[in-house]
Design a protein around this ligand. Sequence first.
Ligand code: PMP
Length: 446
Amino acid sequence: MSSGADSAVFGRSSATLSTASHGEGVYLYDTDGRQYLDGSGGAAVSCLGHSDEKVRAAIHGQLDKLAFAHTGFFTSEPAERLARKLIDNAPGDIARAYLLAGGSEAVEAALKLARQYFLEIGQPGRHRVIARRQSYHGNTLGALAAGGNAWRREKYAPLLIEVSHIAPCFAYREKHADESLEAYGQRAANELEAEIQRLGPDSVMAFIAEPVVGATAGAVDPAPGYFQRIREICDAHGILLILDEVMCGMGRTGSLFACEQDGIAPDIVTIAKGLGAGYAPIGAMLASERIYRAIADGSGSFQHGHTYHGHPLAAAAGGAVLERLVDDGLVAGVPGKGDRLVQALQARFGQHPHVGDIRGRGLFRGVELVENRETKAPFEPSRKINVKVKKAAMAEGLICYPAGGTVDGKSGDHILLAPPFIINDDQIDELTDKLGRAIDTAIAAA
Ligand code: PMP
């Protein structure tokens, strides 16, 4: 079955979807035998490609021993191993890992942990969250409330907790022409200070942000110094900094945690996607010693939980993925491959009349499409250019992740690229060629 208007799976409009059959390296295949280069790892998930021997062996081995033991009764060897390795490789004083089944669960847990922390230390007045307009933190209600994507929030607005949204750090769109990148970064960060003052510092518990913005904007990396100023502001007011690295973490940007490149450490960090690399549904929330200690010395435990948190099979997969990323040097190879990808993108699109910006870090890259390269005017949203690029790319045999998120109505269509870390030079060229043809086809058709 290649497409199914009669699909029993409740989700996407199945009439437009092919049926995935199998995967090999950086390629996916459908049941009609068509091959697709996975240029975005789905949505920045498949960092090891689709047939990693070590991860498959780890899952099989764990399955033969133990698939599940409820965390209300047991911990497990794979969960302990994974948590230890995450902590050992995390920035700052991250002291504990809470294993979950995905990114939204990790963000929900982060928000609840922040709240419980302030109760434990005797500051019950702190409950407000500040986030950014150009952001995605997940689709469950707390995570959706934190996210700044108007389209995703719209239908559920009455159900969402109140969250303030400040401007993102998005130099291509927001930096003044006569301003340095550094000065812009400070100006953007200082919006947090202003918002804290507006809300009342003693009422704010956390600021949450993606170090490199993914799904809503196509790999927008922050200005130098931006996150250092954010960290300073949070510290000055005793506010927790939650970094959402669900998409940009696990080596995607060239360091295991993206924030390492910004020279800061979070109080809480969320990860998922690349942690399971698509082999298992897994996410994690990592918390600092200060937060862990406050709870351990206070009421004793984090009042949260899901049936499948700490799942042994998923943890075994995550542990093997982390070994591949760290011990086998795959993350160490990302900066070089990322440079190669950018060179190929620059060569193909550097002078393209409808490519306004090529950005990002490592193997996390974005291409912003514009109507007019000089004025940066976006395409009319009704032309749905990004959706058409996705379709044309699939027809070319390329998977890339489209987005049509707007920043205050000014920005338009983006294409996110996040290929597996095992991609080689020829495959990078294949990706760029196919993307070029898809963009030209989509714009001509729109
Ligand atoms: N945070 C970020 C930054 C994400 O990109 C995503 C998923 N795109 C999520 C959270 C939610 O993760 P999940 O889809 O696994 O729930």
